[in-house]
Design a protein around this ligand. Structure first.
Ligand SMILES: Cc1cc2nc3c(=O)[nH]c(=O)nc-3n(C[C@H](O)[C@H](O)[C@H](O)COP(=O)(O)OP(=O)(O)OC[C@H]3O[C@@H](n4cnc5c(N)ncnc54)[C@H](O)[C@@H]3O)c2cc1C
Length: 402
């Protein structure tokens, strides 16, 4: 078979699945290629991690028509508390002060994935090609070609949403910058002794940043960054010892931590492709920027890529322009690079600043955090950025249809 698509998306993770849904219904021939079977238990990252969705992401998912089916499994974030163990600085953000019902929502990647996959299955204009692994990619003037095990597909625009180790990115020679952190994120669902009151806690501890996010059923999603050398030990603790270790670092704001669910560890590094477009190809989501989860921004940033790319591509098609031309894709690149650079650099700065015990650095960051508390306009700006509502917003982020 030798099939020609308008848009071919590689990767059925959160970014690729969302883009497929966004492009549906506009008269395009779209294909989605995923290496795993498109079942929530089998797509690699639709797992138990808690995903903090910004308010902007909730709006995009609502505009795509998928949020309604997920909302029942999500928990709103109404307050965010940031503090440092042994430090005097702290700050709070409140939904009420920002005039919104919630600053964001927390949902497991599994429930988010289930909602996306159910929506995908209902589309009749997106070919779901799975399980099928892309083996090679070539770009020619009029189209891109991709090779599967026993098939070849062609497309006017190839979208690489194939994750941090993107084969498409590597084969097409996109330049990426990588930073090693020598840290891993340990996740587990925790049941605290006191109600979480829809608060998210970000605590910078001597042993790495720790986030506890409010979840359904009175649970909290823990994301704890530890040095790679300590991961084996933390994973091997029994539940009681593990909870005691978390408690020691987090403190008693949520009472005694009572139960811990299954633990998993993710090695962390940062990757960024500053120039993510070529003639006929664009890289999005984790394939374009893989972030430390300290600020919970990875998918939120990827979803803003999706919203902007869908808009640029559909505008091109409406105006009879080629969706895969460099001219079209440069519009996307120019639009997205400021947001991407900002989130990539800020995330890195947070990791570096809070991993440093040098006294002047410690003092400066405590004063920095404290001055945020004292300066409502600065806090408001941070809240808008965290909610994904800053800068030139795509139509979907404003809740408008494409
Ligand atoms: C511990 C942790 C906590 C996080 N918390 C948050 C949070 O709170 N908020 C937030 O916004 N983000 C968070 N993130 C980030 C978020 O999980 C990622 O940004 C998101 O999962 C990336 O989705 P993606 O679709 O870009 O990539 P992936 O999920 O990596 O999907 C890529 C897909 O491509 C497929 N694929 C790969 N190669 C091929 C090939 N050759 N052929 C065909 N298919 C292929 C893979 O099977 C996979 O399904 C967190 C991440 C971690 C690790």
């Amino acid at each position: 078979m030798n099939t020609m698509y308008d848009i071919l998306i590689i990767g059925g993770g959160m970014a690729g699945a969302s883009l497929s849904i966004a492009l549906s219904g506009h008269g395009l021939r779209t294909g989605l290629v995923e290496a795993a079977p498109l079942k929530v238990e089998q797509v690699p990252n639709y797992d138990d991690r808690g995903i903090a969705l910004s308010r902007g992401s909730e709006r995009i998912l609502t505009a795509l028509g998928v949020w309604e089916s997920m909302a029942g499994q999500a928990q709103p974030i109404e307050h965010i508390h940031v503090s440092e163990q042994g430090g005097f600085g702290f700050t709070h953000l409140h939904a009420e002060e920002e005039g919104v019902p919630a600053l964001g929502q927390v949902i497991t990647a599994r429930n988010l994935g289930a909602g996306l996959l159910a929506a995908l299955e209902a589309l009749d204009d997106v070919d779901l090609i799975a399980p099928a692994r892309v083996k090679w990619v070539k770009v020619e003037n009029g189209h891109a070609r991709i090779g599967l095990e026993d098939d070849e597909l062609q497309t006017r625009l190839l979208v690489a949403a194939d994750g941090g180790n993107s084969l498409v990115r590597q084969q097409l020679g996109f330049q990426s910058r990588r930073r090693e952190y020598h840290q891993s994120a340990i996740i587990a669902n925790i049941t605290p002794g006191r109600p979480h009151d829809n608060s998210a806690w970000e605590r910078f501890t001597r042993n790495g940043p720790m986030a506890l996010l409010p979840m359904t059923e009175s649970r909290c999603a823990l994301v704890w960054t530890v040095a790679d050398k300590d991961v084996g030990e933390v994973l091997s603790l029994d539940d009681g010892e593990f909870l005691a270790r978390v408690q020691q670092n987090f403190g008693w704001r949520l009472g005694r931590l009572q139960r811990a669910g299954k633990r998993a560890a993710y090695p962390l590094a940062q990757l960024w492709v500053p120039d993510a477009v070529q003639h006929r190809a664009v890289v999005i989501g984790n394939a374009a920027h893989t972030l430390h989860p300290v600020a919970g921004q990875g998918f939120n940033l990827g979803l803003r890529d999706v919203a902007a790319l869908a808009e640029v591509v559909l505008d091109a098609v409406k105006e009879d322009r080629d969706p895969g031309s460099l001219e079209t894709l440069n519009r996307y690149q120019q639009w997205r690079s400021r947001d991407q650079r900002g989130v990539v650099e800020t995330t890195n700065l947070l990791v570096r600043a809070f991993s440093n015990d040098f006294l002047p650095v410690k003092l400066a960051r405590n004063l920095g955090v404290l001055s945020l508390e004292a300066l409502p306009p600065a806090r408001h700006a941070i809240a808008r950025a965290a909610m994904g509502l800053q800068g030139h917003l795509p139509r979907l982020s404003r809740g408008l249809p494409l």
